[in-house]
Design a protein around this ligand. Structure first.
Ligand code: ADP
Ligand code: MG
Length: 247
């Protein structure tokens, strides 16, 4: 089933000096339970698209239809953990802001912290966590509100390559287990390929859809295993040559 229809979406930013066309006539359907990655050169309009989906920005043209009420979990480019709050209170902050600190919801957060190996650090502070642990915490905070769609904007870009591969496996397991529709923005083709059911390649700004790839690597259970297959390398090269690399 289609969860979201994006119809002929365009976005122009009006600044004092000039107008910047960021997104140019994008139409795309997002299916329920799929993981879709959006890749494209830096500055092409990827974050703009997510900001429109979350209503942080208004489209200049076109519209988005939601086929059921969305509960959006949005993980922005920086993990935005609050250094003065404990791990547990960081995990609870989204619920608190929405006035949903019920005992059931708090139990759910504790379950997530236990499941993803952060419970024993619940009274520590974010600065004492490794990069991968911070990322897991940011994800738990996002999941605490029980979203039915996850928007991840380059969530792992600050991590080193080894942590990125480990956290990709963790995040993939979490998303698949909870069966949450996910849109992942990434400029790392290998990361997008290892996680996604579909990859949308955008042109350089203004972003248009250049090509859409259906990725069928489902026989490999984890992102890190997918990375080691010949099909993976072939797709990697195809997508690489599709992207307008900005030098
Ligand atoms: P990406 O996430 O693909 O790197 P963005 O969506 O952040 O790109 O930005 C796309 C273009 O829109 C860039 O040229 C950027 O400078 C411009 N832009 C983004 N946000 C704003 C804004 N609030 N005001 C003006 N221009 C913006
Ligand atoms: Mg961005």
């Amino acid at each position: 089933m289609k969860l979201i229809n994006i119809n002929n979406l365009s976005k122009t930013y009006h600044t004092k000096e000039k107008e910047i066309l960021s997104i140019d006539d994008i139409s795309l359907d997002i299916n329920e339970s799929e993981i879709v990655s959006i890749v494209g050169p830096s500055g092409c309009g990827k974050s703009t698209l997510l900001n429109i989906l979350t209503n942080l920005e208004k489209p200049s043209k076109g519209f988005i239809r939601e086929n059921k009420p969305l509960i959006i979990g949005y993980m922005m480019q920086n993990d935005a953990l609050l250094p003065w709050l404990s791990v547990r209170n960081n995990a609870l902050i989204g619920l608190k802001l929405q006035h949903k600190l019920t005992s059931d919801n708090i139990d759910y957060v504790d379950t997530l912290l236990k499941k993803y190996d952060l419970y024993e650090f619940k009274d520590s502070y974010p600065n004492n966590l490794s990069g991968g642990m911070r990322q897991r915490l940011a994800l738990i905070r996002t999941l605490a509100i029980k979203p039915n769609i996850l928007l991840l904007d380059e969530p792992f870009s600050k991590l080193d390559i080894d942590s990125r591969i480990t956290i990709s496996d963790d995040v993939y397991n979490i998303i698949k287990e909870l069966n949450i529709t996910t849109i992942l923005i990434s400029h790392d083709i290998a990361e997008a390929l290892s996680l996604s059911d579909r990859i949308v390649v955008l042109t350089k700004r203004p972003a248009k859809i250049k090509r859409i790839y259906d990725i069928d690597l489902t026989e490999y259970p984890s992102p890190s295993q997918k990375r080691q297959t010949p099909e993976f390398n072939k797709l990697y090269n195809m997508i690489w040559s599709d992207i307008d690399h900005v030098s």
